[in-house]
Design a protein around this ligand. Structure first.
Ligand SMILES: [Zn+2]
Length: 410
């Protein structure tokens, strides 16, 4: 991972401060927030170690070590962040959460502190990046995947299941689908959501945060919501059989239900629903489509040499891809070699030949996968191979995201 450029660029920004090496905590916080936003950072981690205070940035899903500060600076830095986020500076023994006041940051920035062995760790979440990924067209989907999702949005009933592992961007996709519906219908469709938690506000949608302690959970909330006359419902996310059942029931009675669900692939999602005890006929009658997605970093067009050509990659399966070390001297990608992300998204329509029969006989993952591939549906691994061939991402990135499953990626 090339973090040298980020390190250098941050050090240069710091050196540009009035105080130079003797920079104050408030100046340092200002520089961190400014530089992080500039480099499309989603999270800043400030971690006290035994001998120094570490700062890492998460960019496009990957953490980079950017700076190590002197240990003495750590508590002052944390205190300053607490002050501008309205947290209690004298409590260092409890986790705290807050948001940076608007006079210190125009964009939304949330701060969370957590007591650790060597002091408080701080995680700063910046929401700048997500604001650019609000619409379906901004997610980084392939044209085919975007098209097939758009088609689903015309439905007036049925379940559209958005699945993937943690941090695969499921919620971002589900939110983009809801925004698209609101945009297309111009308010003619009533959109309600029931979430745990509500991740951000969608103008035009009535969003609800469940309160399980008060008996208002996803399953009971969904049942009550039926009396609110919604056209479109977002469920985030299905975690238990009762919610799965309520989601699919809601879709049978003239509602388009978009739901997120944790699963490694589209067929795994189907198998998991069956394992949860959902009746096969309920799945078959309500399900429109199930997708599964992965977020991959997009290769930086400016600094990845075009000579890393696709033909060579696909023809030499035993040879490691050339250009595996990106050159990024002074590039806007901060030398990481990546800029932005793409979403790989496989989708299975419930109407695929043989799919209903397979679900009705409670087929396992393997059998479901056979049905899917026999019908020509492209799985995540095929999509990954295509993305590599087209040069939009790298082999290293595929290995990072797919891990051990990537044995069959050339
Ligand atoms: Zn670059």
């Amino acid at each position: 991972m090339n973090t040298r450029e980020l390190e250098k660029s941050f050090a240069a920004a710091l050196a540009g401060c009035a105080g130079g090496a003797e920079v104050s905590a408030s100046e340092l916080v200002a520089v961190i927030l400014r530089e992080a936003a500039l480099h499309r950072v989603s999270d800043v981690h400030l971690t006290p170690e035994e001998t120094f205070f570490r700062m890492q940035w998460r960019i496009d899903g990957v953490l980079h070590l950017v700076a190590g500060f002197a240990s003495e600076l750590g508590p002052r830095l944390v205190a300053r962040l607490k002050v501008i986020s309205g947290l209690l500076t004298y409590r260092t023994d409890l986790p705290q959460e807050g948001r940076v006041a608007s006079e210190f940051s125009a964009a939304e920035v949330r701060v969370s502190t957590f007591p650790t062995l060597f002091g408080e760790k701080v995680a700063i979440r910046l929401f700048g990046e997500n604001s650019e990924r609000q619409l379906l067209s901004q997610l980084g989907l392939s044209e085919a995947a975007e098209q097939s999702l758009r088609q689903q949005l015309q439905s007036t009933s049925g379940v559209l299941l958005v699945t993937g592992p943690s941090s695969s961007g499921k919620t971002t996709t589900a939110y983009a689908l809801v925004r698209e519906i609101l945009r297309q219908s111009g308010g003619a469709r009533c959109v309600m959501t029931i979430e745990d938690p509500v991740e951000s506000a969608i103008p035009g949608a009535a969003q609800s945060q469940v309160r399980p302690a008060a008996g208002f959970d996803l399953a009971t909330g969904l049942k009550s919501m039926m009396r609110q006359d919604p056209d479109v419902i977002l469920v985030g996310e299905i975690r238990d059989p009762a919610t799965a059942e309520a989601t699919f029931q809601a879709a049978l009675t003239g509602h388009l239900v978009i739901a997120t669900f944790h699963a490694g692939s589209a067929v795994e999602a189907l198998a998991r629903l069956l394992e949860m005890g959902l009746e096969p006929f309920l799945i078959c009658s309500a399900l429109q489509m199930v997708t599964s997605q992965r977020l991959l970093r997009r290769r930086c067009g400016a600094c990845w040499p075009a000579s890393t050509n696709s033909a060579e990659i696909t023809s030499s399966s035993d040879k490691r891809s050339n250009g595996s070390t990106p050159v990024g001297q002074g590039c806007t990608c901060g030398g990481t070699g990546y800029a932005g992300r793409i979403v790989l998204c496989e989708s299975l329509a419930a109407s695929l030949p043989g799919m209903t029969e397979a679900i009705l006989r409670r087929a396992d993952v393997r059998a479901l996968a056979e049905v899917a591939s026999a019908s020509g549906a492209l799985g995540l691994h095929e999509l990954a191979r295509l993305a590599l061939r087209d040069g939009v991402t790298s082999r290293e990135e595929l290995l990072r995201v797919f891990g051990g499953l990537s044995a069959d990626i050339p």
